[in-house]
Design a protein around this ligand. Structure first.
Ligand code: GLA
Length: 394
């Protein structure tokens, strides 16, 4: 992989003098969905697949960006002093957004850069390819320009880029997971104050299996923003009867006591999901710590039901994958993961059931939906980092 990336860099940019290699993972969330913009808890982990980059400074005051995944676009060159969103720049708006966010917050972009990217996260799969690309760019900027930013700050700058430059009002989960991931651990993050702990994921005789629905997400982003504003409306109405900062502060019982303050029945369901999912996440992490993986799995299943019925972000593709998974022997838990409306499911499956799981769930999906799902047995990896430098590169 390393050699191939440097070779390609040389082909595109002439030589690879002073270039270095960087990596940033994708992420999967085990439980705690649509809680991160409600001040709740999430429990994601970084994957061993992600985005690579080879990068170096240039003396042109230009950002020359090239992606092996979008080779037909060639090198996209943009000014290194002013970063403007342009639809036609497509994927480049993610790295540009991070450069913009650094500049905005007083971390100067001192020169241009030549950057080659390559990602092996399945396209549009909901495993955070955009957060991976953003955080990776943040790591490159820190390294090349010597900025004093830690990984949490990089994740916040990447989120700002996604929110304000690319117009998706996402929470902090994806960028945080990608930046702060730790091998064989999930991150129990309280999004109300960004406090977090690492929980070891010791799955004796079982693995994490991701199933990609291969459904293009289309309108996902506008629906995502709609869900977020429904939660905000519900919170504002609750605040008239109870002083809370966010939905994540409420227990189930407290929510039931105040829910009538929410005027729209749809928004009651949206807020109920946010509150119950947060409590479920806290309980799931406790279960894991007590070695009760069966309870963890059960809570994953309940999470899916709530996302399907109350939050309405699943759709027939994800429901088919999850409901087929629930019918299989050796499945400890299964749910949609990420924003929803397409994307992936995450399941915990016993080792000796994995082959038949992939075969059976794949078959049911193909029969019902009419096209294939893809399956990945994944490992939990470390967060974004510099891998090495091309010594004596030519
Ligand atoms: C997307 C967003 C995250 C989070 C999830 C849903 O992945 O980027 O911030 O809200 O959806 O849990």
């Amino acid at each position: 992989m390393r050699e191939e990336l440097f070779e390609k860099f040389e082909e595109v940019f002439g030589d690879s003098r002073d270039a270095a290699l960087y990596f940033s993972p994708g992420r999967v969330n085990l439980i705690g969905e649509h809680t991160d913009y409600n001040g709740g808890h999430v429990f994601p982990c970084a994957l061993n697949i992600g985005t690579y980059a080879v990068a170096r400074k240039n003396s042109q005051n230009k950002m020359n960006l090239y992606s092996m995944n979008f080779a037909s676009m060639g090198v996209v060159s943009v000014s290194a002093s002013e970063f403007v969103y342009k639809k036609e720049d497509d994927w480049c708006n993610y790295p540009k957004g991070v450069m913009w966010a650094f500049q905005q917050e007083g971390y100067p972009i001192a020169s241009g850069l030549d950057i080659l990217y390559f990602g092996n996260i399945p396209n549009g799969s909901g495993l955070s390819s955009s957060a991976s690309l953003e955080v990776l760019t943040g790591v490159i900027l820190k390294d090349c320009f010597g900025h004093d930013v830690d990984m949490v700050k990089i994740s916040l700058l990447a989120q700002k880029a996604e929110n304000q430059f690319n117009g998706v009002n996402c929470g902090i989960m994806d960028q945080f997971a990608v930046a702060m991931g730790k091998k064989d651990h999930a991150i129990f993050l309280d999004t109300a104050d960004l406090s977090y702990t690492y929980a070891p994921i010791r799955l004796d005789h079982a693995k994490i299996v991701i199933a990609s629905s291969n459904k293009k997400r289309g309108l996902a982003d506008s629906k995502y923003n709609e869900r977020r504003s429904q939660c905000e409306t519900a919170l504002a109405q609750i605040q008239k009867v109870k002083p809370v900062k966010n939905l994540g502060e409420l227990t189930e019982k407290e929510f039931e006591e105040v829910k009538d303050a929410i005027s729209d029945p749809v928004n009651i369901r949206r807020a109920r999901h946010a509150v119950y999912e947060n409590q479920r996440t806290i309980r799931a992490v406790q279960a894991l710590q007590q070695g009760d993986i069966a309870l963890f799995g059960k809570l994953m299943n309940e999470s899916h039901v709530s996302l399907r019925d109350d939050y309405e972000v699943t759709g027939v593709e994800l429901d088919t994958l999850v409901e087929a998974a629930w019918e299989q022997e050796g499945v400890i838990g299964s749910r949609m993961t990420g924003a929803g409306f397409g994307g992936c499911t995450v399941s915990i499956v016993e080792d000796d059931a994995i082959d038949s799981f992939i075969e059976q769930v794949g078959k049911k999906y193909q029969e019902r939906i009419g096209y294939k799902a893809d399956f990945y047995v994944v490992e939990i990896g470390d967060g974004a980092r510099k891998l090495d430098t091309c010594e004596g590169g030519n």
